[in-house]
Design a protein around this ligand. Structure first.
Ligand code: SAM
Length: 220
């Protein structure tokens, strides 16, 4: 049986990659990825050339089958996502679950590294170590319940949000204190703090409601 390495990659700054991640990618027989263009850019920077197997939400089942065949042949596979640690709010978790189920003898190893979650927490300066990670809130069904849980939490809650939905999220958070990490590790990186609605207005005034966002909701 082969090995599947779950490789964390940068969340923006392409220098944020570990030596072990680079070695693992160089030694892999093939790399499973979400968007081949995103992964190709990273591989080109480090002069790595490997067959890529697309494994986004649509291709996941097919990719998992191929991965299982290759693992059965004793091959080395690497799984990366578009950014950060596979399995943290991206399709990686489902692929790993399938491999665990259908190729239980395959070795699955973690090659840890960046994640938007840990990057945001590292600069947040939370008073206590505790937090809850909820990732993306549901868009429609279940949103109200999820939002109630966020607002009732006794510990900070970390959320992910896409640029075209962050406006709605910050407005919903209204008067609550939130910290917003935007474009972490990138050129326009910033970390702002204030009431949800004020953060929204501030971003809007500066035409900065774009990029990638981590939102930390502080307890009332
Ligand atoms: N697996 C990734 C990780 O380990 O963080 C997360 C993947 S999830 C599909 C993408 C979300 O992560 C974005 O919508 C955003 O909320 C957050 N994110 C990714 N890169 C970021 C960055 N550079 N700055 C702020 N948030 C980021």
């Amino acid at each position: 049986m082969g090995t599947l390495s779950i490789v964390a990659t940068p969340i923006g700054n392409l220098e944020d990659i570990t030596l072990r991640a680079l070695r693992t990618l160089r030694e892999a027989d093939a790399i499973l990825c979400e968007d081949t263009r995103v992964t190709s850019k990273l591989l080109a920077k480090y002069e790595i050339s490997k067959p890529l197997i697309r494994c986004d939400e649509k291709m996941e089942e097919k990719a998992a089958k191929r991965a299982i065949e290759m693992l059965e042949e004793g091959k080395k596979l690497a799984l990366v996502s578009d950014a950060g640690t596979p399995g943290i709010s991206d399709p990686g978790a489902r692929l790993v679950a399938r491999i665990r189920r259908f190729a239980p003898d395959a070795r699955i190893e973690a090659i840890p590294g960046p994640s938007a979650l840990t990057a945001a927490l590292s600069v947040a300066g939370l008073k206590h170590g505790e937090f809850v990670f909820k990732g993306f809130l549901p868009h429609k069904k279940g949103r109200q319940t999820a939002m109630r849980e966020v607002l009732n939490s006794k510990v900070p809650v970390v959320l992910y949000e896409s640029p075209h939905r962050v406006e709605k999220l910050l407005q919903e958070l209204g008067e609550r204190e939130v910290s917003v990490g935007r474009e972490l590790t990138k050129l326009h990186e910033e970390f702002i703090h204030g009431r949800g609605v004020d953060n929204f207005l501030d971003l809007k005034r500066r035409d900065a409601v774009r990029g990638e966002f981590v939102v930390i909701v502080h307890p009332a």
